[in-house]
Write a protein that binds this ligand. Structure first.
Ligand SMILES: N[C@H](CCC[C@H](N)C(=O)O)C(=O)O
Length: 261
């Protein structure tokens, strides 16, 4: 079977997107997903998604990490699949869709390249030593530091992801440097097992953790720089719960093509 695919990126977090109604694949083979995500033997991507129809929502997002396995929520993937749904004509200015962590609301610009995605509410942020640990749809570890530009994110992130506490389930490891008017974030991603250029659930976890750390509350907007560009996280915090959490940033179609199943 020939499969038409689209390649999207959001702040450098890149994904292969497939409209399942046009390519009705029955059994999704993890090894195939892994190969298509490989940057040398395949198309290349941090993950692969199927957009499928759903009786109660505009569409459903099925997400796989580049290791071929189903991932937990992907924030930048969520933003990219909203742009893809607009491209396909399934939605116009806003949407309610279903992902692995539940329903999501999102708004998209008229040009279709800027997406504001609502993330789950958060009421629990744990600690692991100095670091913060929370689940924003995916599990995240957040460590503050200085001189992040030259830090060995790959080896340090990999060591935390594979330590006794996190080895079994894995965790995404974020490092953040507070630059005053913005946060600079770098992430080692579980399921990619490498540093990526951006991680949406990761920058969300970082923005919430830093609000807690700095004892800020009210309606907050946090600009974040990542290796692949700029994102921002907007939310309300009343000292107990984070609500109306929106991950905002670019989502762009890069190219499309045909794959053989
Ligand atoms: N890149 C993603 C995270 C993917 C989740 C994955 N790494 C996992 O833990 O299953 C994001 O933008 O939120």
């Amino acid at each position: 079977m020939n499969i038409h695919f689209f390649k999207y990126q959001g702040a450098g977090n890149d994904f292969i997107l497939i409209d399942h109604s046009a390519s009705p694949i029955k059994d999704i083979d993890y090894e195939w997903v892994k190969k298509i995500c490989d940057r040398r033997f395949g198309v290349g991507g941090d993950g692969l998604m199927f957009l499928t129809s759903h009786p109660d929502y505009d569409f459903e997002m099925l997400y796989f990490n580049s290791d071929g396995r189903p991932g937990s929520m992907c924030g930048n993937g969520g933003r990219c699949i909203v742009a893809f749904a607009k491209h396909l004509g399934i939605i116009d200015k806003e949407t309610n869709f279903l992902a692995v962590d539940g329903p999501h609301y999102a708004k998209i610009s008229a040009e279709g390249n800027w997406v504001e995605l609502q993330m789950i509410d958060i009421d629990t942020i744990g600690r692991d030593g100095e670091a913060y640990v929370l689940n924003t749809g995916s599990p995240h570890y957040v460590a503050r530091m200085e001189n992040l530009a030259t830090y060995d994110v790959y080896h340090e992130g990999k060591a935390i992801r594979n330590n006794e506490t996190y080895k079994k389930e894995g965790i995404n490891v974020n490092f953040v440097e507070d630059k005053g008017d913005h946060l600079f974030v770098r992430t080692f991603e579980r399921g990619v097992e490498d540093e990526t250029y951006a991680c949406g659930t990761g920058v969300t976890a970082v923005a919430l953790s830093m609000a807690l750390h700095k004892q800020q509350s009210g309606h907050l907007k946090t600009p974040v720089k990542v290796l692949g560009g700029d994102l921002s996280v907007e939310f309300d915090y009343n000292g107990r719960q984070f609500t109306n959490v929106f991950l905002c940033g670019p989502a762009e179609k890069v190219f499309e093509g045909e794959l053989n199943w």
